[in-house]
Design a protein around this ligand. Structure first.
Ligand code: HEC
Ligand code: HEC
Length: 222
């Protein structure tokens, strides 16, 4: 029941998105002057019409579609993930149901499009998401301090020099989903995934789904 509802939602989104694309292709751009006056921001906004149905108008994410918030994330990490989806480094695994929903929307984007999209997403303001997972925060803190802090930073702020993204500001269900994806080898196992593969030896040290819930609870408190 849940799966069929999910499929219906995804189909609706795909219809809405293809409608938007047609509209933007037919948008009037009659003279060279009009073309030149379109700013990068407007181009990024137009490109983002293909993303809104899943990631929300302000990149706030949509749990029903398993599409995460983007508005809090660093531009360098967003760019890398879009490139990863485009190259098939992410979303390649046969069991990566959610990654596969994302990939088709990136395939035809150029490098310039990716830069414009990321710059537009970076203009969004972010609201702290609500937290629903209630694990043991003390154990979560211990796990985070032992296994995560060196790369993701004391406040979950991410560390560019470690290539490690921000975790603070992500939704709890998305953090959990990604940790499970690494545990199950759905993410980080592509031979060209130099950054994702760094997560693999770490998640091996987690003590089952309880540690995952606990560390996610702690990250949400940061
Ligand atoms: C059909 C729904 C859908 C559409 C349309 C869509 N996405 Fe996604 N996107 C997802 C899902 C689902 C995920 C999570 C994949 C996973 O769990 O690994 C995702 C993941 C991402 C991520 C990775 C976030 C992270 O923290 O690693 C980025 C970046 C992203 N999408 C950007 C975009 C952009 C930009 C567009 C428009 C060009 C777009 N998406 C269109 C569903 C969608
Ligand atoms: C050795 C450094 C390192 C350590 C230690 C580490 N990570 Fe990561 N983590 C990374 C890198 C690098 C990425 C980005 C992978 C990519 O670009 O696809 C990442 C990605 C993630 C993501 C996906 C974020 C997103 O938006 O999709 C989550 C969630 C995550 N890490 C959580 C953790 C947790 C929790 C711990 C501790 C249990 C941890 N990491 C320990 C390096 C590390």
């Amino acid at each position: 029941m849940k799966t069929s509802l999910h499929l219906v939602l995804v189909l609706i989104v795909m219809l809405v998105v293809s409608g938007c694309n047609n509209k933007s292709q037919n948008a009037p751009g009659t003279s060279a002057t009009t073309e030149n006056s379109i700013t990068s921001d407007e181009k990024g906004k137009t490109l983002f019409t293909a993303c809104r149905a899943c990631h929300g108008d302000k990149g706030q994410g949509m749990e029903a579609l398993h599409a995460p918030a983007l508005s809090h994330q660093e531009d360098w990490y967003l760019k890398r993930q879009l490139q990863n989806f485009k190259k098939g480094i992410r979303g390649f695994h046969e069991n990566d149901v959610y990654g596969k929903q994302m990939s088709p929307f990136i395939k035809n984007l150029s490098e310039d499009d990716i830069v414009l999209l990321v710059s537009y997403i970076s203009s969004f303001t972010h609201e702290k998401p609500v937290s629903n997972i209630q694990g043991n925060i003390n154990n979560g803190k211990a796990v985070y301090t032992k296994l995560c802090v060196a790369c993701h930073g004391p406040q979950g702020e991410g560390i560019l020099a470690m290539n490690s993204p921000k975790l603070k500001g992500s939704q709890d269900w998305y953090l959990k989903q990604q940790l499970q994806n690494y545990v199950n080898g759905i993410r980080g196992t592509h031979p060209d995934d130099a950054f994702g593969s760094q997560m693999l030896p770490i998640v091996k040290q987690l003590n089952g789904s309880q540690d995952i819930d606990d560390v996610v609870t702690y990250i949400m408190s940061l």
